[in-house]
Write a protein that binds this ligand. Sequence first.
Ligand code: HEC
Ligand code: HEC
Length: 173
Amino acid sequence: MAEEVGYPFNQLPLEAFTSFQGGVEGWGSICGALIAPIQLIGMVAEGEDKSAMVNELLSFYTQHPFPEYQTGEFDLPRVAVGSTLCHVSVTRWMNETGMGPRSRPERKERCAGLTADVCKFTVQMLNKYLEGTFKPGEYTSPAVAGECMVCHGEMEPFAHGKENCLDCHDDHR
Ligand code: HEC
Ligand code: HEC
């Protein structure tokens, strides 16, 4: 993109993206593979289109069994992780596959393959958007979040978010 299109893609200091590994320097916060694609979407689209594509990407992330792309060294098992949090994503994959600890080469390759999957999805979505054929809603955030937020968006105790609430809370309904 930097070579073919030029500005603004030739103005990105790659060093600005290296802190996102490990859910931002090992904090296990948002999966770092999502951050650059979110920024890229924001460099191509704006307003409601931008929001719709970012929502689609995060929803895809929670549902897609990663890694689809295999880097070639291993034939890694694929697991859908149900969360955009690095902590949850990596831990569920290690638990379900038995491939821990985090320092294990298979885990590293899994996150590399996942990053490729996220990039591919983003590029395909942006191409559809530019062709005018992108339709949001193929992937959606967990329905339970909306069901809980009907109350907790408006009444105490207040909360917010679109992740699966039941990852961390009991269902008191
Ligand atoms: C019909 C409205 C309503 C819905 C729907 C609802 N809540 Fe609540 N929730 C409340 C109210 C009112 C309280 C405070 C009184 C209480 O503790 O029951 C509460 C309390 C809580 C609390 C703090 C107290 C506790 O039980 O730990 C959490 C956490 C919570 N809700 C999470 C959720 C989640 C997760 C969902 C969806 C699965 C959900 N709520 C759906 C009304 C609702
Ligand atoms: C990754 C874990 C996680 C997820 C996912 C999550 N929460 Fe929470 N939530 C927390 C934590 C941690 C707190 C702070 C608890 C505290 O301070 O005691 C909290 C606090 C709350 C509270 C206030 C509870 C109180 O006692 O005042 C409500 C209500 C709540 N969350 C609802 C939700 C709803 C609804 C969702 C889904 C849209 C959700 N949460 C998703 C971890 C999570």
